[in-house]
Design a protein around this ligand. Structure first.
Ligand code: ADP
Ligand code: MG
Length: 697
C-alpha cells in the first residue's frame, strides 16, 4: 500500500474504495482535490450570508427532555433543546413502524444521545416555514458535543460534498479531515511560480486545500477558492496560449479562390437575399478560407437567423476549389434535415452530397466510404459517425459543426484531427459572451449574425394550463396550421422518455380525434424518424408529439404552435431552441409553456423565456443559472471541467490569469525555465493526454 492510497485512511476498505472510485477518487491526492459542492454556515449567531441557505436551522442547546411519543401509524421521537439565551426548539424524528419485525429499538441511539442535560448540535429544516427561529425542526444531522468529531460538522462553515449512494457527508468530512493530516498534504507540490504567488497574493497550495475543505472563516474560504480557481484558469489559459502560437505559424498549404461557378447560381436559386448580417459573416469566413492559415471560427446567431445557408456558402466555396467539406450535426434528425435542405438548394448545381449516420445501412455506408475516399462526394452531412476511424476523405478541407454546444470538446477536436490543418467553422445559437469565448479558446475568431431574416414575427410566448394550450393547438390546426407538443426527457434516458411519450400520445389521440397525430422519439429507427419528419413537413400530419429530439434545427414553416409540457424541466437554452421551431413562416406563432411543479429557478426560467426573445440575452442568463461548463459542453466530457473556478463569478481572477499567461509565455514561451517545471508538468498531465490539439513537447 502506497502512502497515497485511500485505504491508508481509517475505515476505508475495499468496499468504501469502490464508492470513492465512482467519484473518480482513487488516491489521497484525488481526495484532497475533491472540493465541496457547497458550504453550510453552521456557525452560531452569525449574520446570514451567501453560504447560508436561509432555511437551514443550526442550533446548539441542552436537552430539556427527549422521549418517544405515542402515535398510531409511525414511530415518533421528540426532543426539546434550550440554548444559553433560553430559546427553545423542538426536534422530531419519524420512523416507519415495522410490525413484529424489528429486533432493536429504532430510537436506541437517540435515547442515548438526547438524555436530559446533554449538549447537542442539531442541524435541520424548520417544520413551519413562517416560524423560522421558532420551535419545530426536522433534524438532518445532529452531533453530541461529547463526540470528538463534532467540530468538523457543527459550529463552523461546513463543507458539503456531492457524493454517491453509500457515502454520507458526515463520513466524508471525517475522511477528508484525516486525509488533510497525512503526509500527502505536505507533499502537495506548489506548481505556481513564486513570482505569481507573490504578485497576486495567493495562498500556497497546501494552505489552499485546507481552506477549501475546512475554512476557518469566509475570508479564508474566499482566499482558498481564489488560489485554486486562479490555478485552473492559468493552466487552461496557458494551454490555449501555447496552441495559439502553434496555429499562428501553421500554414494549411492550400488556398481557396473565389470562382463563383457554384456560388453565383446558388445565390440565384436561393429564393431570398442574404441579410446584411449574413453577407458580413460570409465575408469574414471567406477571408479566413482565402488566408494561408487554418480557420477556427465560431459563428453565432440566434435560432432562425439563417446559419445553415452561411455554412453552405462556405462549403460551396470549398467545392468550387475541388475540396471536400463535412457538416456534423448533433442528432440524426437534424443531419437528415440538412441533407434534404442541401439536396433542394443544390439540385441544379451538380454538387454531389451524401449523408452518414449510425443508422446508415452497411451496404450504403460502404459505398459512401468508398466515394468519400475517392473524392466523388463533395459535401457530406452526418452525425458523430463522421469522426469514426473508418471514414477517410480524399481531400477534406472544411469541417462545419452545427450546434457546437451540443458536442464535447473531444468530439470537436477529433473532427479537426482528421486532417491537422482543417478549416473549422463551428455554429451555435447559444452564444458565449465574447470575452469569455476569447479567453477560453484563445485562438478563436467569432462572427455574429445579428439580425433575423425579414418578415419574422415575434413568437407569442406564455405560460398556461394544458387545457388552454390544447385549445390553441386545436384552433391553429383548424386554420390549416400545424403544432408540436413536446415532452421532456425523463431521467436522461431516451428509453423511458419514449415510453412516456408513447403513453401521452395515446391520450392525445383521444383529445384530438379530428386531427392526424404523429409521434417522434429517439428510440425509433432512422427510417421511421425520416418518414415521420417527411410527413410532417408535407403536412400529411397535423400534430407532432415528440421528445426534445426535435429541439435543434427542425424547420417546418407551417408549424405555428409549440406546446412544451413540464416546461420547468428544460434549461433556458432548450426552451429557446424549442420555441425557435415555430415562427419560421409568415404566420403568427405561439409557444406555450405548461409547467407542472415550479421551484424558484424553474419559475425564473419560464419567466425569462416568456419575457425575452433575444437568444443572446437568454444565453447570458442561462450561463448565470447553470454555469458555463455545462453550456460549453465540457461538463459531460470532463476535460475542461473547473472544480474551483467559476467563469461567470470569477471574472477578475480570469482576467489575472489571462494577463499572467501572456507575460509568462512571452518570458518563457516553451516553459523551459526551472521555476516553471512543475507548472509545465501539470499542464502536460492535464491536457496533453486528452487534448490532441496541443503539442507541449
Ligand atoms: P439557424 O440559424 O437557426 O440554423 P436556419 O439556417 O435553419 O436557422 O434558417 C432558418 C430559416 O430561415 C430557414 O428556413 C432558411 O431557409 C431561412 N432563411 C435563411 N436566411 C434567410 C434570408 N436571408 N431570408 C429569408 N429566409 C432566410
Ligand atoms: Mg441551425
Amino acid at each position: 500500500m502506497t502512502k497515497n492510497s485511500l485505504q491508508y485512511l481509517k475505515g476505508v476498505g475495499p468496499a468504501k474504495a469502490k464508492l470513492f472510485e465512482k467519484l473518480e477518487i482513487s488516491t489521497l491526492t484525488d481526495l484532497l482535490h475533491y472540493y465541496p459542492r457547497t458550504y453550510q454556515d453552521r456557525r452560531l449567531n452569525q449574520p446570514p450570508n451567501d453560504y447560508n441557505s436561509s432555511q437551514l436551522t443550526v442550533f446548539k442547546g441542552r436537552v430539556l427532555n427527549g422521549r418517544e411519543v405515542p402515535a398510531r401509524s409511525v414511530l415518533i421521537f421528540k426532543a426539546v433543546l434550550e440554548d444559553e439565551k433560553g430559546r427553545q426548539i423542538e426536534c422530531t424524528w419519524f420512523k416507519k413502524r415495522m410490525f413484529g419485525r424489528f429486533r432493536f429499538d429504532p430510537f436506541y441511539q437517540l435515547k442515548k444521545d438526547f438524555k436530559i442535560n446533554a449538549e447537542v448540535w442539531v442541524i435541520g429544516r424548520p417544520e413551519n416555514r413562517n416560524n423560522f427561529f421558532g420551535d419545530k425542526i426536522n433534524v438532518d444531522e445532529y452531533y453530541p458535543i461529547s463526540d470528538p468529531q463534532c467540530a468538523l460538522h457543527a459550529g463552523r462553515i461546513t463543507p458539503v460534498y456531492a457524493l454517491t449512494e453509500g457515502l454520507t457527508n458526515k463520513q466524508f468530512r471525517q475522511f477528508m479531515h484525516e486525509a488533510l493530516q497525512t503526509d500527502t498534504l505536505n507533499k502537495e507540490p506548489e506548481i505556481l511560480p513564486p513570482s505569481l504567488l507573490q504578485k497576486r497574493k495567493l495562498l500556497g497550495s497546501a494552505q489552499a486545500l485546507k481552506g477549501i475543505h475546512f475554512p476557518g472563516s469566509l475570508t479564508e474560504l474566499d482566499a482558498a477558492k481564489a488560489r485554486l480557481a486562479y490555478e485552473e484558469f492559468l493552466l487552461l489559459a496557458t494551454a490555449w496560449g501555447i496552441k495559439r502560437t502553434q496555429t499562428k505559424v501553421l500554414e494549411k498549404g492550400y488556398r481557396y479562390t473565389l470562382k463563383r461557378t457554384l456560388l453565383t447560381p446558388f445565390r440565384q436559386n436561393l429564393g431570398f437575399d442574404f441579410t446584411n448580417s449574413q453577407k458580413h459573416v460570409i465575408n469574414e469566413i471567406f477571408r479566413d478560407l482565402q488566408s494561408p492559415r487554418p480557420m477556427n471560427r465560431l459563428l453565432q446567431g440566434d435560432v432562425g437567423s439563417g446559419k445553415t445557408v452561411v455554412a453552405l456558402s462556405a462549403m460551396l466555396l470549398a467545392a468550387e476549389n475541388g475540396y471536400q467539406s463535412a457538416l456534423m450535426a448533433p442528432t440524426e434528425i437534424l443531419a437528415e434535415q440538412h441533407f434534404i435542405t442541401f439536396g433542394k438548394l443544390l439540385k441544379s448545381l451538380g454538387v454531389k452530397t451524401a449523408i452518414l449516420t449510425s443508422s446508415t445501412k452497411a451496404a450504403a455506408k460502404k459505398k459512401i466510404l468508398k466515394e468519400l475516399a475517392e473524392g466523388k462526394i463533395q459535401i457530406i452531412v452526418g452525425t458523430h459517425s463522421l469522426i469514426q476511424d473508418d471514414v477517410q476523405f480524399a481531400n477534406l478541407r472544411l469541417a462545419v459543426i452545427d450546434e457546437q454546444h451540443r458536442f464535447g470538446v473531444r468530439q470537436r477536436s477529433l473532427l479537426k484531427e482528421k486532417t491537422a490543418k482543417l478549416d473549422l467553422l463551428t455554429m451555435t445559437a447559444t452564444p458565449i459572451p465574447r470575452t469569455l469565448a476569447l479567453a477560453f479558446y484563445g485562438d478563436l475568431e467569432v462572427s455574429t449574425i445579428s439580425e433575423l431574416p425579414p418578415g419574422r414575427q415575434p413568437i407569442k410566448t406564455e405560460s398556461a394550463t394544458e387545457k388552454l394550450a390544447f385549445m390553441r393547438v386545436a384552433q391553429e390546426v383548424q386554420n390549416g396550421r400545424q403544432a408540436y407538443i413536446v415532452y421532456p426527457l425523463i431521467e436522461e434516458s431516451e428509453k423511458i422518455s419514449a415510453k412516456a411519450v408513447s403513453e401521452e400520445f395515446e391520450k392525445l389521440k383521444t383529445v384530438f380525434p379530428q386531427f392526424k397525430l404523429a409521434m417522434l422519439h429517439g428510440q425509433m429507427s432512422q427510417e421511421e424518424k425520416e418518414a415521420v419528419m417527411a410527413d410532417f413537413a408535407a403536412h400529411k400530419t397535423d400534430i407532432l408529439v415528440a421528445t426534445p429530439v426535435i429541439e435543434v434545427g427542425i424547420d417546418v414553416k407551417n408549424a405555428t404552435v409549440m406546446v412544451i409540457e413540464n416546461a420547468e424541466r428544460f434549461g433556458l437554452a432548450s426552451l429557446h431552441q424549442l420555441r425557435g421551431r415555430v415562427g419560421r413562416g409568415e404566420h403568427e406563432s405561439y409557444c406555450i409553456l405548461v409547467p407542472q411543479h415550479t421551484g424558484s429557478v424553474a419559475k425564473e426560467r419560464v419567466d425569462i423565456i416568456c419575457r425575452t426573445s433575444d437568444g443572446f440575452k437568454i444565453g447570458e442568463r442561462d450561463m448565470q443559472l447553470r454555469g458555463p461548463g455545462e453550456i460549453l459542453g465540457t461538463r459531460q466530457s470532463g476535460e475542461l471541467e473547473f472544480k474551483a473556478g467559476d467563469f461567470f463569478k470569477d471574472r477578475d481572477i480570469l482576467t489575472w490569469a489571462i494577463q499572467d499567461r501572456d507575460e509568462l509565455l512571452s518570458q518563457d514561451p516553451s516553459l523551459s525555465q526551472p521555476q516553471h517545471a512543475l507548472f509545465k508538468a501539470r499542464l502536460i498531465e492535464l491536457y496533453e493526454k486528452n487534448w490532441h490539439l496541443i503539442d507541449l513537447s
